[in-house]
Design a protein around this ligand. Structure first.
Ligand code: HQG
Length: 181
C-alpha cells in the first residue's frame, strides 16, 4: 500500500472507529455505513476518495481492518472502536495461549491490576508473539505478556475472535498474565 493509501486507511479508521460525527455520518448499531454515504461525507469534509480507493484500501489493508458487506454495500471497521457498536461476534474458544504487547512502562500497573480495555470496547489480544511485538512496538520500547487463555476460558471468561484474527475479551485479570521473556 502506498503512502497515500496509508493516509486514506488512517482516515477511514478515524471515521469508522472513533469520530463518524466529524464527517456528519452515523454508524448503524453494528458499525456499518453505506459506502455511497461515506464517500459523500468524505468529499464534503475535504478528504475525497473514490470507490476504487476504498476497495483498494479495504483489500490491501495490512491488518484487514475493514470489511465491506457486498449485498448491502456497506463498510465497517472490524474492531478497535471507541464509539459504541455491537460487532455481533459469536463467542469463540480461544487458543491455549494468547499474547499482548504493551509499552515497557506499563508492566507494573498491568501486573497489579490486569489488562483493561481503556478507551476501546475490549482488550485486544494477538494469536502469536510476532503480532503482539508489532502491537507493542507502535509506542517504542515494549514487552509481551502471555495470557493463559485456556484457564481464563475454563473459568467462564468470554473471548471473541474477529475475522482478521484479533482476539477480544473484556478484561484479563492479573492472575492469567505473565511476562513472556
Ligand atoms: C494498556 C492497533 C497500564 C495496553 C493494534 C495498551 C492493536 C494498561 C494500552 C489494537 C492497562 C491501550 C489495540 C493497565 C491496558 N495498566 N496499561 N492496567 N491495561 N493497558 O491502543 O492493545 O492498527 O487501546 O497494554 O495493533 O495497544 O488500530 O490497545 O498498551 O491490534 O488496527 O493500555 O490497535 O490496531 O492501548 O492496541 P490501545 P492496544 P490498529
Amino acid at each position: 500500500m502506498d503512502k497515500t493509501d496509508v493516509r486514506r486507511s488512517k482516515r477511514l479508521s478515524q471515521v469508522l472507529r472513533h469520530r463518524p460525527g466529524s464527517v456528519g455520518i452515523e454508524l448503524d448499531p453494528h458499525g456499518w455505513v453505506a459506502v455511497p454515504a461515506l464517500l459523500d461525507a468524505l468529499a464534503t469534509h475535504g478528504t475525497p476518495m473514490t470507490r476504487d480507493d476504498i476497495d483498494r484500501v479495504v483489500l490491501g489493508n495490512d491488518k484487514q481492518r475493514f470489511e465491506i458487506d457486498a449485498p448491502q454495500d456497506r463498510i465497517r471497521a472490524r474492531q478497535g472502536h471507541t464509539v459504541e457498536v455491537d460487532l455481533d461476534l459469536a463467542p469463540s474458544d480461544p487458543p491455549v495461549v494468547l499474547f499482548h504487547g504493551t509499552p515497557r512502562a506499563n508492566i507494573e500497573s498491568i501486573l497489579a491490576t490486569g489488562l483493561d480495555r481503556r478507551r476501546r470496547h475490549h482488550v485486544h489480544l494477538s494469536p502469536d508473539r510476532e503480532t503482539a511485538e508489532r502491537v507493542g512496538a507502535r509506542r517504542g520500547d515494549f514487552v509481551v505478556f502471555r495470557v493463559d487463555a485456556a484457564t481464563m476460558h475454563a473459568a467462564g471468561l468470554i473471548f471473541w475472535r474477529t475475522d482478521n484474527d484479533v482476539w477480544l475479551t473484556d478484561t484479563v485479570p492479573a492472575a492469567y498474565l505473565a511476562l513472556d521473556l
